[in-house]
Design a protein around this ligand. Structure first.
Ligand code: FO1
Length: 329
C-alpha cells in the first residue's frame, strides 16, 4: 500500500509519527508532501520550518516542548547576531539548527533543487518516510495586513508581510485581510510529487492548518488537479476539536477567511470531491461525533495525538474511511 500525506506544521509532523508506525505494521510506503509556504531567508540562510519539523520529529531530534527546532539547543549564534543588531532579532536560529540551514543554503546555492537537498539532509535523519517539498520553486505565504502607520485618511493602508513576521513577530494579532501564496502560479510540483499522487492507494490530509499549511500545497498548479482526478480516496483529518485548534493559529487564520473554526467548517472549506472539492471522507474527534458534511463520509475517533500509539490508531481510523465497509464510527 502506498500512502501520501499532505502536511505542514508541528501537528502534521506529529501525525506522521502515527502514519509511519501504521506503515511499519502494514508494510506500507509513505510519502509526505510538505508545505514550503513558511519558508524564509533569514541572515542569508534558507529556513524550511515545516520540512525541518518533520525531519527532526521523525528523526528523533526535535524539541518536544517548542515543537520546532532541535532538542538540546543552545542560542549563541542568536545572541551574537543580536549583539551586532542584525535584524530580524524576533526570529531565533538555534546553534544546532543553523548547521541544517548552512548545509541547505550551500547546496541550493550550488544549484541543487530543494527536493535533492531534502534527500541529502534526510540521509542523516532517516525519517522513515519519503519527504518531498510541495515545490522546488519559490512559494511564500504572505499576510495582507492593515498598516497602522499608513494612510492620511485614518483608514490605513494595506501591506503584505511574510507569514513568519505575521506569526512570530506579531503573533497573528494584526488586522489581517487575506493570505497570498507568492510565486504559486509559476510554481511546479517538485520532482516525484505527481508520481507519488498518481501511485497512491490513499491520500491523507494531516490535521494541519488548512489555511497556511495545506492551502499553499494545493496552490501549486497541478496538485489539486492530481488529487481530484486521482484514483486514491482523499481522507482529511480535522485539525479542529470541539471548536478549537489542536495547537497553533488555525483559529486566527480561519477567521481571516470568515470560515467557522469547527470540524465542519474546515471540511466545507476543503469541499467534497463530488461537489468540486478535494475530500472523499473526513475524520473528526469523538467530541465532534454527529457532525455531518454534505457529500462526505464522516466518522469520529479520538484525535488527540497524545503518543505514538494513539496517533497510529487515529491513522488506522482515517485509512479505514478509504475502504468502504471497513470504517468504524
Ligand atoms: N517560532 C517562533 O515562535 N519563534 C522563533 O524564533 C522561531 C524560529 C524558528 C527557526 C527555525 C524554524 O524552523 C522554525 C522557527 N519557528 C519559530 C517556528 C516557525 O516559525 C513556525 O512555528 C512554523 O513556521 C509554523 O508552522
Amino acid at each position: 500500500m502506498r500512502i501520501v500525506v499532505l502536511t505542514g506544521g508541528i501537528g502534521g509532523a506529529r501525525f506522521l509519527t502515527g502514519v509511519r508506525a501504521y506503515a511499519r505494521q502494514a508494510g506500507a510506503e509513505v510519502t509526505a508532501v510538505v508545505n514550503v509556504g513558511d519558508d524564509v531567508i533569514m541572515h542569508g540562510l534558507r529556513i524550511c520550518p515545516d520540512l525541518d519539523s518533520v525531519m527532526y520529529t521523525l528523526g528523533g531530534g526535535a524539541d518536544p516542548e517548542r515543537g520546532w527546532g532541535r532538542a538540546g539547543e543552545t542560542w549563541t549564534v542568536k545572541e551574537e547576531l543580536a549583539a551586532y543588531g542584525a535584524e530580524p532579532t524576533w526570529f531565533g536560529l538555534g546553534d544546532r539548527d543553523v548547521a541544517t540551514h548552512l548545509v541547505r543554503t550551500t547546496m541550493l546555492d550550488a544549484g541543487y533543487p530543494l527536493s535533492a537537498v531534502t534527500d541529502a539532509l534526510c540521509a542523516r535523519w532517516r525519517p522513515g518516510v519519503r519527504l518531498l517539498p510541495a515545490t522546488d520553486d519559490r512559494l511564500e505565504t504572505h499576510a495582507v495586513v492593515s498598516d497602522p502607520g499608513g494612510g492620511s485618511d485614518g483608514a490605513g493602508t494595506q501591506r503584505a508581510i511574510h507569514f513568519q513576521e505575521w506569526w512570530v513577530r506579531h503573533r497573528g494579532a494584526l488586522p489581517t485581510h487575506r493570505f497570498v501564496f507568492v510565486g504559486a502560479e509559476a510554481a511546479k510540483p517538485a520532482a516525484g510529487v505527481l508520481d507519488a499522487l498518481a501511485g497512491a492507494d490513499a491520500v491523507l490530509l494531516a490535521p494541519s492548518n488548512p489555511v497556511v499549511s495545506i492551502a499553499p500545497i494545493l496552490a501549486v498548479p497541478g496538485l489539486r488537479e492530481a488529487l481530484v482526478g486521482g484514483r486514491a480516496p482523499v481522507i482529511g483529518v480535522s485539525p479542529i476539536i470541539g471548536g478549537a485548534p489542536v495547537r497553533g493559529m488555525a483559529d486566527r487564520c480561519l477567521a481571516v477567511l470568515g470560515v467557522p473554526c469547527t470540524a465542519a467548517g474546515v471540511a466545507e472549506l476543503y469541499g467534497a470531491r463530488s461537489a468540486g472539492g478535494i475530500l472523499d471522507a473526513w475524520l473528526v474527534d469523538s467530541a465532534d461525533a454527529g457532525v455531518a458534511v454534505p457529500g462526505l463520509t464522516v466518522r469520529a475517533a479520538p484525535l488527540w495525538m497524545t503518543d505514538e500509539a494513539a496517533t497510529t490508531e487515529m491513522v488506522r481510523a482515517a485509512l479505514a474511511l478509504g475502504r468502504p465497509g471497513e470504517e468504524r464510527g
